[in-house]
Ligand binder design. Sequence first.
Ligand SMILES: [Zn+2]
Ligand SMILES: [Zn+2]
Ligand SMILES: [Zn+2]
Ligand SMILES: [Zn+2]
Length: 389
Amino acid sequence: MSCQTAQSTQLNLNTSSTSSISLSQQPSPVSSLDFNMSSEISNPPTSSSLSSPDETQYKKVKLENFEENETKKLKSTHNSYTTKKLEDRIGGILCCTVCLDLPFASIYQCSNGHLMCADCFAHLLADARLKEELATCPNCRCEISKQLCCRNLAVEKTLSELPASCLYCESMYARNILDFHQKEECLERPTKCAYSQIGCNWEGPYHELDSHCHECVHPNKPGKEIIDFLKDKTSETNDDQLALNQLVNFLSFEKICFNDLQFKQYKTDEITPKLYFETNRFTAFNNHWVLKARVNDNQKNPNLTVNRYISFQLILKSKPNNPQANMPISFCILKGPMGEVQINPKVNTFEFNQNKTETDFLKLNIKASDCNKLLASKTINFRFFMFQP
Ligand SMILES: [Zn+2]
Ligand SMILES: [Zn+2]
Ligand SMILES: [Zn+2]
Ligand SMILES: [Zn+2]
């Protein structure tokens, strides 16, 4: 097994709850003991040990015992087959071949029909890109890619009908309604007090909410205490809101431009080449620019890591129009029309001049799981906004 497969399997082993099912699916092999016994019986008696009547009798008994054992064994195999629930047996067959989990998301298959959950599929494709190899199915080693693999809707739908237990009340529900049950229906679902907005920290199961609200002291607190609490609360700045407000402010700038760009994959020409991404040159505010990106800040083997991130750098390629002056530029990467994942807005500002033409590497503001999705594709598409005051 290559380290790629081993790693992907290992990553997800702790989340796997169904590995035991798939492992125990194998019919029990004929044990060596039984085998010896049958060969002993079929051995023709040699002249030196020609059987006495007693011995023949003994062998006959042994043969009967053997047959009895075989019948028992057949019965017990049959029993384990029927005692194991159908859904467990199906789950063992339809689980992802990499993480052995039963995914809630899309399921892909190789051209030979081996199943992979969307996360593992993206992980395998990203691994291969980072290693500059063809991605292959961990089961049969046939090539896999977005073009060669397709989703298996029948498996997705079958899985959505399988039962799974609620996180809170442990009752069984079909997987396609489990989410709704856990969020909206379950009496054991964790709930906050109806007065949490004015300072009550109570949290408990939904069925205790009514009795708590009757006793809760918060609705009867004096307005002054509540106002103090609300003041504290609003001063806890919400990063996302702040970033969004900042972006909206930048949209009022006089000079704004955006370019739909692509990061393409390259390697440095050092002895141990490093992977990086670069866009074509583009024009903005009468200057030429280029963006570079790298994975995990050029860590040695990014394909062996579980947590991946992408950081990027803006580089001024032309001579500034006015060599003496600083040129402050604010910029932000967002998802473009061809983009595959959501990129959260984060505006950075940098003052370019003839000596300072490169920004630091800035982390792309995406979810960790989306990083593989970006790396899995041949090019990374995005929209790049620039603002100049
Ligand atoms: Zn998987
Ligand atoms: Zn395969
Ligand atoms: Zn429940
Ligand atoms: Zn309360």
